[in-house]
Design a protein around this ligand. Structure first.
Ligand SMILES: N[C@@H](CCC(=O)N[C@@H](CS)C(=O)NCC(=O)O)C(=O)O
Length: 201
């Protein structure tokens, strides 16, 4: 398998999961805005949507969409317990969280990335995100993780996305529970390995 990623992008989530699960995986770094890998491959030729993450499977086909790639990786290493078995209500709870992280948190940052977004709209976006952070902080509580004792694909995804608060002038110290949660996740050896591999530490 080969994971196409960009440093500190949402692709950091599957990057962490692959390392947590100790899956044999190659990685290809994609540069923005050229959207080419360091060996010159065009991201659009890999994923016509022009986005990371993209996962090339061993049969040559490509899987896209973070929430799906995360589940795929976790399911490749069932012993790692990074997701939950299909069929039971617990899997649907995991999917409920995954959808929240993808659509409310991840895409909630959307307007902050564009230089075209008016400042007032950016401020309203930060306010709206703050309400989601309130909810997340309350639900995690002492955690230590979103599902309680167990680290999962949800934490990898939330960690990657919440890291963007640093880029977009959102002071995470307003949510001490989330700040502590991020420190816990960051301290995991596989997360440290990922941050090093992405050149972030
Ligand atoms: N729907 C996609 C969105 C992925 C996405 O937003 N990727 C960003 C990086 S965090 C990206 O590659 N953006 C480049 C672009 O859309 O031009 C998913 O969930 O995987």
């Amino acid at each position: 398998m080969k994971l196409y990623y960009a440093p500190a992008a949402c692709s950091q989530a599957p990057h962490i999961v692959a390392r947590e699960a100790r899956l044999p995986i190659d990685v290809a770094k994609v540069e923005f805005p050229s959207k080419r890998t360091t060996d010159g491959e065009d991201l659009y030729a890999v994923n016509p949507k022009g986005a990371v993450p993209a996962l090339r499977l061993d049969d040559g086909s490509v899987l896209t969409e973070n929430a799906v790639i995360l589940q795929y990786l976790a399911d490749q290493a069932p012993g790692s317990e990074l997701a939950l078995p299909a069929g039971g209500i617990a899997r649907y709870r995991l999917l409920e969280w995954l959808n929240f992280i993808a659509t409310e948190l991840h895409k909630g940052f959307g307007p902050l990335w564009s230089p075209e977004t008016p400042d007032a709209f950016k401020e309203a976006t930060r306010e709206a995100l703050g309400k989601k952070f309130d909810y997340l902080q309350e639900r995690i509580g002492e955690g230590p993780y979103i599902l309680g004792e167990r680290f999962s694909i949800l934490d990898a995804y939330a960690f990657a996305v919440l890291g963007w608060t640093r880029i977009h002038a959102i002071d995470i110290a307003r949510w001490p529970g989330l700040a502590a949660y991020l420190e816990r996740v960051a301290a995991r050896p596989a997360v440290q390995e990922t941050l090093r591999a992405e050149g972030l530490i």
